[in-house]
Design a protein around this ligand. Structure first.
Ligand SMILES: *Cc1c(COP(=O)(O)O)cnc(C)c1O
Length: 488
């Protein structure tokens, strides 16, 4: 925001004065005020040029300017409202006036039109080279050397034996469920606090989801709730075909008790690590704990191929079958022979090139996202009204998104804060709406550990803050200072 002292000219100023003032201020605009200091109109380069072309002399006063309505806004206007006003009137400057109509500040479009987004792609230095290589060798078709290398490199990083690169994380979950034998009539347990893509593939397979509550300590699947669900099922004489454990916002679930339970009940685990690539659980990479692990490279994730996913497993046969099904289930025959229904789910060689470049900066991205979290934590420590998503001592989160719950004693609830931030062109979001609350899953069974639902509370009070690894210091300061003013 610019102070207006330098821009203000009185009516008695000459054309010459005005022109030299315009030149000094260098903003292409002056503000004409009355003797009482009230804003009359704005004066642009063009206004002065037109006076001269009409034959006015440089020593005449600018009173010769015709009256014109000046678009202004009150001092407390939000960025978004100011920008909408500028767009509506096709202007790039907006004087802000006090209660008496005196100009106090000048907003310029270039100072306010930047939106702070939740999580944006952050490309490194080598993605372009890998993609270029694909063009140079004409490996544009799906599959190719980048795909093979991306699979090998990602598996080496996470410590998984095999991986199949596919078109999305959702596709990887779908393949994973099918390979774990999930089919019509089966039931599959799934973390309730997650994005719909964790649960939708259960329905693709004609199976039925059963949702499991979160624990407060990690926000992820509560082992006690899982135990209750497994015991209830056993007492009723059935067993889920698989358990989908989601690692939310970059943090692993408490895998040991979950895996113990699943092993003792004989149920395989599919680990939805779409958000947790680069995080660890007790020192081991997230996504490598289940029979099948799934990563996503969607545009908002910690690394991206613009769209893509990977299914990993230590079971060679599972990954080979995933590749087969993902490539239209073509039997090995010279003609087109199919004995199963397949999918077109493979990743393209071009996108895998982006993935290879992104993998090289993954650890930097994790450090940057953790750094974003630390900035928020330190910057808002004295506001004291946000409770950050906890990071238990067994967890090393990638802090994909900085998330918190808003204290009930704060001046605004999470919905109010999100709305206020939106007014300042800062994108914040609620925590995922639990699946058991989704209209599409109405009537689905849901297990909590005790009488209350942790995920309901997290949804009601939760907030996700802008967390991109490429956020600037200025952007972080902007979010922090806006939050401070709201929470106080
Ligand atoms: C993003 C995401 C997915 C889906 O991944 P896509 O690549 O977008 O299909 C699945 N589960 C969770 C938890 C996610 O955040």
């Amino acid at each position: 925001m610019t102070e207006v002292k330098e821009l203000i000219v009185p009516r008695k100023a000459t054309l010459r004065d005005a022109m030299s003032r315009l030149e000094q201020a260098g903003l292409g605009i002056l503000l004409l005020v009355s003797d009482e200091g009230v804003l009359d109109r704005a004066i642009t380069d063009g206004d002065l040029r037109r006076l001269i072309l009409a034959g006015h002399g440089l020593d005449e006063t600018i009173e010769v300017l015709p009256a014109a309505r000046c678009i202004t806004a009150p001092l407390g206007v939000t960025r978004r409202a100011a920008l909408e006003l500028m767009n509506h009137h096709g202007i790039s400057h907006l004087p802000l006036v006090d209660g008496e109509g005196r100009a106090v500040k000048l907003l310029m479009r270039r100072d306010i039109d930047e939106q702070v987004l939740l999580s944006t792609p952050h490309i490194g230095d080598s993605e372009r080279d890998f993609v270029e290589q694909a063009f140079l060798t004409n490996w544009i078709a799906p599959l190719g050397p980048n795909v093979d290398a991306f699979e090998t490199e990602l598996c080496a990083f996470v410590g998984s034996a095999h991986g199949a690169a596919v078109s999305s994380g959702t596709a990887a979950i779908h393949l994973g469920l099918r390979l774990l034998g999930v089919g019509p009539g089966d039931k599959v347990f799934c973390s309730t606090l997650t994005f719909a893509a964790s649960a939708n593939p259960i329905v693709y397979q004609g199976a039925e989801p059963v949702f499991i509550d979160s624990e407060e300590t990690s926000w992820n699947m509560c082992p006690k709730a899982l135990e209750r669900a497994l015991a209830t099922a056993a007492a009723e004489g059935w067993r889920p075909k698989a358990v989908i454990v989601v690692n939310l916002y970059g943090q692993s679930a408490d895998m040991d008790p979950i895996l113990d339970l699943c092993t003792s009940y004989g149920v395989p685990v599919l680990e939805d690590a779409a958000e947790s690539l680069g995080a660890t659980y007790k020192g081991r990479q997230s996504g490598t704990f289940g029979k099948v692990g799934v990563f996503s490279f969607n545009g908002n994730k910690i690394i991206t191929t613009s769209g893509g996913g990977m299914l990993v497993s230590d079971d060679k046969e599972i990954v080979a079958r995933a590749r087969f099904l993902a490539t239209q289930a073509r039997d090995p025959a010279p003609h087109y022979e199919h004995s199963e229904i397949g999918y077109n789910y493979r990743m393209s060689n071009i996108l895998a090139g982006v993935g290879r470049g992104q993998l090289r900066v993954l650890e930097e991205r994790v450090a940057a996202r953790r750094g974003v979290f630390e900035r928020y934590r330190d910057g808002l420590a004295d506001a004291g009204l946000l409770e950050w998503m906890p990071e238990p001592d067994w967890s090393f989160s990638n802090r994909w998104l900085t998330t918190a719950t808003v204290s009930p004693s704060a001046a605004h609830d999470s919905a109010g804060i999100i709305k206020r931030l939106a007014g300042e062109m800062i994108e914040a979001r609620p925590v995922w709406k639990p699946m058991h609350l989704q209209p599409v899953f109405a009537g689905t069974r849901y297990f909590t550990a005790g009488n209350s639902s942790v995920s309901d509370d997290l949804f009601e009070r939760g907030i996700c803050l802008p967390s991109g690894s490429n956020m600037s210091e200025e952007q972080l300061d902007r979010v922090i200072s806006t939050l401070k003013s709201l929470l106080r």
